[in-house]
Design a protein around this ligand. Structure first.
Ligand SMILES: Cc1cn([C@H]2C[C@H](O)[C@@H](COP(=O)(O)OP(=O)(O)O[C@H]3O[C@H](CO)[C@@H](O)[C@H](O)[C@H]3O)O2)c(=O)[nH]c1=O
Length: 352
């Protein structure tokens, strides 16, 4: 079985490649990545020599139709998992265009090429599947109570989440119109190794290590529902194996935390275990994110009930594993935060 994994050198994509090649010793991954600022081939450097034999890397963009066709001609692709996306909300507020191009147009091109290769003589070839990795952000924001289910209406607020919602609707259209074998998964906030330090958890770790102020948006009481990335990978694996064609699956571990709680947990762990001069004095409450969603919370009961998924990593363990991963990979952290990183950082935080 051959999988085309787009965004294979990004955070969730690279974690998925490790997880999948380790679990299935007879399967092969063709990994495609544009290697923008967040995708980094170094993220895949720890594949074993045996795993490398079952991994082919292609540098390129999902909006390049000729390249995607070439990949389908070269390899018999059974499953496409589309992780490739521009994913950071703050960047989408500065420059929405690239989000629409990659997330919407890129998804449509992937779907269309897959359809041309998988639909022969009036029917779909058996065993093919297209999985769109989406996000809980497409549902918008919750008040103090309630959960996002698969039936919650789409109500995205940022250019990022609007582009992901648009992509989901294109995927749905390929199912409704052509009966294409698709699934959409919508996961809550992930954390773990290889996450780029523009996202809250690695940004806080990196700023603590560099004694840089920690920007907390607004009152710090926005809530996110955090899931360890490996639990997300396991959920996607189950969708590939057992997901019902055309269905959407929400993924989340019922682990809601305010941002300030997360920030303080990281500071206090580092203070106790790494450097006692790291303190809550680094915290700065800064201007809020425009259109900032207040609360996300996933109802994962469908995937738990129908596919037997269970989130295994407790947040208290996952966050310690994650902080230690960054402590042990400070070279990586330094490399990915040089050059253009500070330009971006000043753009987002300079005016706050
Ligand atoms: C970077 C940063 C973030 N924040 C706040 C904003 C959010 O309420 C919360 C988490 O921010 P972020 O890490 O940017 O993640 P968020 O906007 O929730 O979106 C993430 O989670 C989504 C899933 O919910 C994914 O679809 C997105 O790709 C991913 O970026 O922390 C701060 O207060 N200060 C910061 O410096």
């Amino acid at each position: 079985m051959n999988l085309l994994v787009t965004g294979c050198a990004g955070f969730i994509g690279s974690n998925f490649v490790y997880y999948y090649l380790d679990k299935y010793k007879d399967r092969k991954i063709i990994g495609l990545d544009k290697l923008t600022y967040a995708g980094n081939l170094e993220n895949l450097a720890k594949l074993t020599p045996e795993q490398k034999k079952r991994f082919v890397f292609v540098k390129g963009d999902i909006t390049n139709r000729e390249l995607i066709e070439h990949i389908f001609e070269e390899f018999e692709i059974d499953v496409v998992i589309n992780f490739a996306a521009e994913s950071h909300v703050d960047r989408s507020i500065i420059d929405p265009h690239v989000f629409v191009k990659t997330n919407v147009l890129g998804t449509q091109i992937l779907l269309d090429v897959a359809k041309n290769f998988w639909y022969k003589s009036g029917k779909w070839i058996d065993g093919k599947r297209f999985i769109q990795i989406s996000t809980d952000e497409v549902y918008g924001s919750l008040g103090k109570t309630g959960y996002f289910t698969e039936k919650t209406p789409l109500d995205p607020h940022s250019p990022y989440s609007a582009s992901k919602a648009a992509a989901d609707l294109i995927v749905k259209a390929y199912f409704d119109t052509y009966k294409m074998p698709v699934n959409i998964t919508r996961c809550s906030n992930n954390y773990g190794p290889y996450q780029f330090p523009e996202k809250l958890i690695p940004l806080v770790i990196n700023n603590c290590l560099n004694k840089r102020p920690i920007p907390v948006y607004g009152d710090g009481l926005n809530i996110r529902d955090w899931l360890y990335v490996e639990d997300h990978c396991k959920a996607i694996d189950l969708v590939i194996e057992k997901g019902v064609i055309g269905e959407i699956y929400n993924i989340g571990g019922h682990n809601e935390r305010t941002n300030i709680e997360i920030v303080k947990m990281i500071i206090n762990y580092l203070k106790k275990n790494f450097d006692e001069s790291i303190s809550e004095e680094l915290i700065r409450f800064v201007e809020d994110r425009k259109g900032h969603d207040r609360r996300y919370a996933i109802d994962p009961s469908k995937i738990m009930r129908e596919l037997g998924w269970v989130p295994e990593t407790k947040f208290e363990d996952g966050i310690v594993k994650t902080i230690n991963w960054y402590l042990n990979n400070r070279d990586w952290l330094n490399r990915v935060t040089t050059g253009k990183y500070m330009e971006y950082y000043d753009k987002v935080y300079g005016s706050r």
